[in-house]
Design a protein around this ligand. Sequence first.
Ligand SMILES: [Fe+2]
Length: 317
Amino acid sequence: MNATLDQMTAALNGCDQSSPFLLQNEGEYQAWRARKLALREQLAADRVFELDRHERLPESQLEQARLQIEAYNFMLFQSASELGKDEFLALNRQFGLDRLDSNLGADTDGVTSLRVVSDSDERAQYIPYTNRALNWHTDGYYNSRQRCIHAFALYCVNQAERGGGNCLFDHELMYILIRDRSPELLAALMAPDLMRIPPNIQDNRLIRAEEAGPVFSIHGGNGGLHMRYTSRPHNIVWKSDKRSERALNMVREILMNSEAVIDLRLQHRQGIICNNILHGRQAFHDPMQPPGRLIYRARYHDAIVIGGRDEPQSGDA
Ligand SMILES: [Fe+2]
């Protein structure tokens, strides 16, 4: 099925030719799919992994945590006391996450403090720094290929008084649901010209060049799956042919109707470590006084190492 597109994609990325995400590899796909779905049957998505007194995940729990990530592409943890940013980063390194992406709003250590900022702060123009809802997206969908986000982690320092919960959807499950229904539409989602993101220019200064790319792509190194997506209608131009429209409508329909959407409201001292899954955020309300909702976020160019796969190489799609 669609071997030409597969071969082009694989050659372009230099990825593992046995990747289950290549449409030509039906046997590999079925084996991977069966294992993934069996793990999801066995494991509960809302399991909370407790950190030890050193704020590390105990070695004895690492294998279980990796299985959790293989099943759901995220794991939920609870720290023993409040994590500092250094401890947060050290925890993420236990999962092979090391190469931080330094986005516009990140602090000097590469961790972003997501909180409501004042109107005079230039970050106030970006929704993550307001109390407004964030619709479905994957992180860094507007990034260049060289700065592709493969994983991220969140840690709740302070909850909002009301709201601020997250919705999560495993991007690998999205792939399964679409490939099972229509390999043709899945191929449309892998087209390298499916989305175009106009450049970010402010005050005649180029903040980010124009980007184009597929929704689903395959890591250059380990043959894993990457997803770029946003349901925001602004600052993105989708290919408008019938097949692309049908494919994108299928994604939207699944996000609206699937029972696999996970609603999660991080409690104080809880966090998630995940590959770059689909996620969103509810609007929230805080009283006028500080501290207000505060979430640490770290984004990575590494993917979480699971199932014996190596990390992806640089320059992944
Ligand atoms: Fe996000």
